[in-house]
Design a protein around this ligand. Structure first.
Ligand code: NAP
Length: 307
């Protein structure tokens, strides 16, 4: 069983920033990432709001962050964490392959898009159902697509899809969008976008690929079919906060509660990035959280005599 000073769960911007700070502080640092370092920025074609990079691809930024953390000595392993247990002065992190010990843990595992939970959604995943316009938008050139949701993500991605698709329906369950005013203004000006208000998706239909949606107007109760080749679901986000759920305090949305040091309700366990509630899920917020968590965790390890 390998022992580290600190284990960071998740290799997105929060986790890789924490890894950089921990490694530079000479802590024996392990990052456990289930897929590929980068997290959600890997789904982002161009990033223009990370200071110092006026335009960079998500993939390149992820690779730079990974190399930077490795350069200072962080270990990064591609293993999915299954369970984390807290023992006296030690955290036990179990992956599908191995078990690791550490003095402290930083949870930076982000989250997943929320599903509509309607018939056809799983069946047509990758066959017209998508949660990533940046990844799949170009497949819908000159076609008709739907975007579901009324927040910043839905509105922003509907605008993005207008680069490719011929027509975009934005389906929202109310009569007012939750999205920022600037985004709403841009959406309403876009001639390719039509908003369908007060409506929800009842099911997704097709033979081999998506062909139509069945919509229900929540005010009138009436159903209507909508012919589309694709549907992009942007109805929120579910944080990956359940690895420790017995003792870890979560808020009503399932995000991990932290204080200003990123400390959670479990001693020696910190949280950073999209796994805790953020006004904006931005790279810069994730980096800031990762920095704070790393500094606080280092202080904790020293105070407890664990390093
Ligand atoms: P969000 O703000 O929580 O919005 C989710 C939207 O989905 C809401 O309009 C909600 O409707 C709708 N919805 C939820 N469950 C639904 C269901 N079962 N069926 C149909 N509709 C449903 O989520 P988000 O848009 O992913 O944004 C999350 C955070 O990231 C926000 O803080 C946002 O500001 C930030 N963000 C920022 C940017 C940007 O600044 N450019 C871009 C993307 C995201 P109701 O409105 O009726 O609740």
């Amino acid at each position: 069983m390998e022992r580290y000073d600190i284990i960071i769960v998740g290799g997105g911007p929060a986790g890789l920033t924490a890894a950089l700070y921990c490694a530079r502080a000479k802590l024996n640092t392990l990052v456990l990432e289930k897929k590929m370092p980068g997290g959600q920025i890997l789904n982002t074609e161009r990033i223009e709001n990370c200071p110092g990079f006026d335009s960079i691809s998500g993939l390149e930024l992820a690779q730079r962050m990974e190399q930077h953390a490795r350069k200072f000595g962080a270990n990064i392993k591609l293993e999915e964490v299954k369970q984390i247990l807290s023992e006296r002065n030690a955290k036990v992190v179990k992956t599908a392959k191995d078990t690791y010990h550490a003095g402290a843990v930083i949870l930076a595992a982000g989250g997943e898009p929320r599903w509509l939970d309607v018939s056809g959604e799983k069946e047509f995943l990758g066959k017209g159902v998508s949660y990533c316009a940046l990844c799949d938008g170009p497949f819908f050139a000159e076609q008709t697509v739907a975007v579901v949701g009324g927040g910043d993500a839905a509105v922003q991605e509907a605008i993005y899809l207008s680069k490719f698709a011929q027509k975009i329906y934005l389906i929202h369950r109310r009569k007012n969008l939750r999205a920022k005013k600037e985004l709403q203004e841009e959406l309403f000006k876009n001639p390719k976008v039509e908003v369908i208000w007060d409506s929800v998706v009842e099911n997704i239909e097709g033979k081999e690929i998506v062909e139509k949606l069945l919509l229900r107007n929540v005010k009138t109760g009436k159903n209507r079919p909508l012919e589309v080749s694709g549907v992009f679901v942007y109805i929120g986000f579910v944080p990956n906060s359940n690895l420790f759920n017995k003792n870890l305090q979560l808020d009503e949305r399932g995000y991990i509660k932290t204080d200003y040091r990123m400390s959670t309700s479990v001693e020696g366990v910190y949280a950073a990035g999209d796994i805790r509630f953020q006004l904006a899920k931005q790279i810069t917020n994730a980096m800031s959280d990762g920095t704070t968590a790393a500094i606080a965790a280092e202080a904790y390890l020293k105070e407890k005599g664990l390093v």
